[in-house]
Design a protein around this ligand. Structure first.
Ligand code: C2E
Ligand code: MG
Ligand code: MG
Length: 568
């Protein structure tokens, strides 16, 4: 049987515009490929639609028209079973109007004055192909749980908005739920879904007041592309309130990252940066909002650079260990008892980089172990060099990071360090920051306890900066408390601060822990601490951290004091 080749009829397109000149222009551009019908206002447009409702493939719709405007037409079409699925391209000169049109179901827009004809043909053709007679934003473009756009659709749209209106001030906003998997696990998926829906509703309510689009990108991450807002805390509070209202039992915390519009940055990059901002406040329930700014941008570039350069640094001896002395202040004069090893990175181009700038970065990805191993072995060698030169061992404290503590080979590494260098465990002290102890649910305490049983002296660093309660102290495997420098800063002017220091000293004495005061900068602070019974002091008052050669001047001065003591 010979089947006659079906001749496809050209698709029917309705052009709606109150200006004849616009209708003519579009007609001329499209008439080669489509059959065109026209309407001069909204009312006429609806009449045409009903007349051709079975055949109509697309509507090109002006927004500003007399009698019935484009929005009203779209609203009517939304409510009409037969017209709902006809794809609409909005014709507009007003960028802000596009988003609203999009929310009302428009699938694309053509800007006025009209783009070059090829662009219009391509866009109409593209939409025709994608929609295949159906409306572009169909159910498949929506997330089933929240009703927000799907990821692909969202980015396609954001990308298009950006492409045609790169100067429209759209911000990228990311909203994340803290510990969503735990919330799901503890309260069931239904509750989890209800939470997602609630946040989705909140975002939709927000978008009904401003221009923008939103999507649920991943399980618990929402992304919003919206006109710049003066204060995102307002939005975050709104969403947080709605979420908190869901349950009295479950504590829900949202966090938000925002990348404000910047000329020439496309939405994909903007959302990368908004996400980076959002990740920076992960777990920070006090300040859950982060706006990406110049500082963060600089930071990110620097981080990238440092991550790339670390291997060179280790190889080219750019990493240096400095030493800061700890003095016993209960003797007169104060005597040098030990030193803390502190890493410095002397970068060939960036100069001296302080550990505050790279330690947290390397802690985040485990690279810190490279740095710490280097510091430990360097410290061990330095102890031996000084022993050779001065005839005695000056104990050195090294800092352990959280990543070290969770390294299963930690004990072995440290034992080997001591053994290979012929040192005693008491020659190297370990500083573990307080915040590591307050990491719940980990067997960290057990690991520290075993290090202590091996013979290492354990110092709790930055005590008072975190949230460990005083009554937990008695159970912790520690020998020394290093009081955080924020306690010391104001003891000369604030009696309350001084009382707090006395309290800590009392408790430490009761628990038989020695105390190091960190960050002591003035003679006044020193004498207050000495009188209150503090054992050891570390700080700029005595010395900044020094390279080992310079540290030797302190050793020699101390040896001289020792000699005077024995002579006296
Ligand atoms: P930290 O262990 O609490 O070290 C004390 C910090 O306070 C050092 O900063 C030191 O230079 C500074 N400091 C000492 N005295 C004073 C003072 O009187 N006034 C002021 N304002 N500051 C003082 P630094 O060397 O910049 O180190 C910062 C932090 O980086 C350290 O805090 C430690 O947590 C970490 N860190 C340093 N070196 C290493 C390392 O080798 N490994 C690991 N994991 N962390 C390290
Ligand atoms: Mg320390
Ligand atoms: Mg400290």
């Amino acid at each position: 049987m010979i089947r006659s080749k079906q001749i496809e009829r050209p698709k029917l397109v309705l052009v709606v515009d109150d200006h004849e000149i616009n209708r003519d222009a579009l007609g001329a551009i499209l008439e080669d490929d489509y059959s065109i019908i026209y309407a001069g206002d909204g009312k006429e447009a609806l009449e045409q639609m009903h007349r051709y409702e079975d055949e109509l493939s697309m509507v090109l719709l002006d927004l500003n028209m007399p009698v019935m405007n484009g929005y009203e037409v779209m609203e009517y079409m939304q409510g009409d079973e037969l017209l709902r699925d006809i794809p609409i391209i909005v014709l507009t000169a007003d960028k802000n109007a596009e988003l609203k049109a999009l929310q009302m179901g428009a699938a694309d827009f053509i800007t006025k004055p009209f783009d070059i004809p090829e662009v219009i043909v391509a866009r109409v053709g593209g939409l025709m192909e994608r929609s295949d007679g159906k409306k572009l934003i169909s159910a498949a473009e929506h997330d089933r749980v929240t009703g927000l756009y799907t990821r692909n659709f969202f980015f396609e749209y954001a990308g298009r908005l950006y492409k045609y209106h790169p100067d429209m001030h759209m911000d990228a906003v990311v909203v994340d739920i803290e510990q969503f998997h735990t919330i799901n696990a503890l309260n069931g998926r239904d509750f989890g879904n209800e939470l997602l829906r609630t946040i989705g509703d909140g975002i939709r309510a927000f978008l009904s007041e401003t221009e923008g689009i939103a999507s649920r990108i991943e399980a618990d991450r929402f992304e919003i592309y919206c006109l710049g807002q003066p204060d995102y805390q307002v939005l975050l509070d709104r969403l947080q309130d709605k979420a908190s209202c869901l349950s009295q039992k479950v504590s829900i915390h949202l966090r938000m990252g925002v990348m404000p519009w910047r000329c020439g940055v496309d939405p994909v990059l903007m959302f990368d940066q908004a996400r980076a901002a959002c990740n920076l406040v992960r777990g920070d329930y006090k300040n859950p909002l982060m706006i990406y700014d110049e500082e963060m941008r600089r930071r990110e570039l620097l981080n990238q650079r440092l991550l790339n350069d670390l291997n060179d640094a280790a190889r080219d001896f750019q990493l240096k260990v400095y030493y800061q002395p700890k003095y016993d202040v209960q003797t007169d004069p104060p005597r040098l008892r030990s030193a803390e090893a502190l890493i410095r990175w002397v970068h060939p181009e960036l100069g001296m980089i302080s550990p505050g700038d790279f330690i947290p970065l390397f802690e985040g990805n485990g690279l810190i172990s490279i740095v710490d191993s280097f510091v430990w072995s360097e410290a061990a060698r330095q102890i031996l060099r000084w022993e050779e030169k001065y005839g005695y061992r000056i104990p050195v404290s090294v800092n352990l990071s959280r990543a070290d503590i969770f390294d299963p080979t930690l004990l072995e590494r440290l034992e080997r360090l001591i053994r290979d260098n012929g040192l005693d465990f008491k020659d190297i002290k370990l500083e573990v920051t307080e915040s590591a102890y307050t990491d719940k649910g980990m067997d960290l305490l057990e690991i520290v306890r075993r290090l202590r049983e091996l013979g290492f002296e354990i110092e709790m660093d930055d005590f008072g900066s975190g949230y460990s309660s005083l009554n937990m102290l008695s159970d912790m495997p520690i020998d020394v408390l290093k009081m955080d420098m924020k306690f010391i800063r104001n003891i000369e002017s604030s009696e309350t601060d001084m009382q707090l220091v006395r309290l800590i000293l009392d408790i430490a004495k009761y628990l038989r822990l020695r105390v190091v005061a960190e960050g002591v900068e003035t003679r006044g602070q020193l004498s207050l601490l000495k009188n209150a019974g503090c054992d050891l002091v570390q700080g700029f008052y005595f010395s900044r951290p020094l390279p080992p050669e310079e540290f030797e001047a302190l050793i020699e001065k101390d040896l001289a004091a020792a000699r005077r003591e024995t002579e006296a």
